[in-house]
Design a protein around this ligand. Structure first.
Ligand code: GLU
Length: 407
């Protein structure tokens, strides 16, 4: 059974649910698998397995990213699609949840091969997606260029420009201002708003695990606000500086390959990935992949607070260990919901033919994140449960309400 469904069963104990709700949410509404065939630059042909899962659409058309990863499988995509269903519900977005994936090492393809893959994905799934049916977005190892190719292929197939079919597009192709750093910014707003409650000072020490879109933007926002980024890790290793890492330099070396390129700069030491959870800090930002914190390593964590910018970085077993250690976890469904929230703004703008200012996007995002964070905190306190359980109960109760309204 998936971690998300296990947590859902746990949350259901706090609600007087119609058993039909859990029965429905046990399996996805629709799961499609396809073979993508593309021409490689050397003239050969290669096939890639691709998935799209529309988990549940009771609350609206399904929404969720597409990831390119060599180890993604059908079960991961289903689990992540269920998580999207809960996230959209928690944030009161008029969407159900979905996820897509392609089994591929994106770094092994050339730019042109990647474009062929992006377009092949849409040819395979054009019948599944649509502005009122299922709306993809970026996820791990996909970005705004991927979305531009995908949207363009979709327009060719349907014979019209329907930009609301995909979010996370480049601004020059109908994307929204503020979508690029929205995932990190949403989490950052929560930390700022709850700093006193969490006993975090403005100069707090921060460790960031994962330096993709979310981790990199979090580092930038936090450093600008006076936090000390004492360690950063990517898939190649980590770097640390107790006095705080220079974010501009970090971004420059990352664009050449890895954050480990910082080794040799004054005050910077190389850190082993094996010890990454054990670096002492006030705030640990998990911005890499799923299940990185598990029963075998949770005990080594030295942070006061964990912000889950990735989806599912902590297993249910590790949750229990961290709770006993009094580590506060700000759960993924809330912590990283800024991304899909601004995706929703992009969808609204596309449908209305508008383009909002950056100020308007950020202001609305802040209001939304703060108000949902307050709701989760208040519910957790009232019921004496964790923030994760509170987020699950709130999200599940809204889905149940929508199902009931159909009866
Ligand atoms: N992939 C992101 C997530 O997991 C964004 C999804 C979206 O914008 O639809 O939340």
């Amino acid at each position: 059974m998936s971690s998300a469904y296990r947590r859902l069963l746990e949350a259901a104990r706090h609600l007087d649910l119609d058993p039909e709700v859990l029965e429905k949410l046990k399996t996805p509404r629709e799961f499609t698998q396809a073979r993508l065939t593309i021409a490689m630059d050397d003239g050969s042909t290669k096939c890639f397995t691709a998935f799209r899962c529309r988990y549940d659409d009771t609350r609206g058309p399904t929404k969720g990213g597409i990831r390119y990863a060599k180890d993604v499988d059908a079960d991961d995509v289903k689990e992540l699609a269920l998580q999207m269903t809960l996230k959209c519900s928690l944030l009161k977005l008029p969407f159900g949840g979905a996820k897509g994936g392609v089994v591929v090492d994106a770094n092994s393809l050339s730019i042109r091969e990647l474009e062929r893959l992006d377009r092949a994905f849409i040819r395979a799934f054009a019948r599944v997606i649509g502005p009122d049916r299922d709306i993809p977005a970026p996820d791990m190892y996909t970005n705004e260029t991927t979305m531009a190719h995908m949207a363009d292929e979709y327009y060719t197939i349907v014979g019209k420009k329907t930009p609301a079919v995909i979010t996370g597009k480049p601004v020059a192709q109908g994307g929204s201002l503020g979508r690029d750093d929205a995932t990190a910014r949403g989490g950052f707003y929560i930390i700022q708003h709850k700093a006193d409650t969490l006993r975090l000072e403005p100069g707090m020490t921060v460790v960031i695990i994962g330096y993709g879109n979310a981790g990199m933007h979090y580092a930038r926002l936090a450093a600008a606000a006076g936090c000390k980024i004492v360690a950063v890790f990517d898939s190649k290793g980590g770097v640390g500086n107790p006095a705080g890492l220079d974010i501009d330099k970090l971004e420059a070396v990352k664009s050449q390959g890895s954050v480990t390129g910082m080794v040799g700069s004054p005050g910077v030491s190389e850190l082993s990935s094996d010890a990454m959870l054990a670096v002492p800090c006030d705030l640990l930002v998990m911005a890499a992949k799923e299940n990185m914190v598990h029963a075998g390593n949770a005990g080594s964590i030295k942070a006061k607070v964990i912000l889950e910018l990735a989806n599912g970085p902590i297993t249910p077993e590790a949750d229990a260990i961290l709770e006993a250690m009094n580590v506060v976890i700000i759960p993924d469904a809330l912590a990283n919901a800024g991304g899909v929230t601004v995706s929703y703004y992009e969808w609204v703008q596309n449908r209305q033919g508008e383009s909002w200012s950056l100020e308007k996007v950020q202001e609305r995002l802040k209001t939304e994140m703060v108000s949902q964070a307050d709701a989760v905190w208040a519910y957790a306190q009232e019921k004496n449960i964790s923030l994760r359980q509170a987020a699950y109960v709130i999200a599940l109760s809204r889905i149940a309400e929508a199902m009931k309204a159909l009866k």
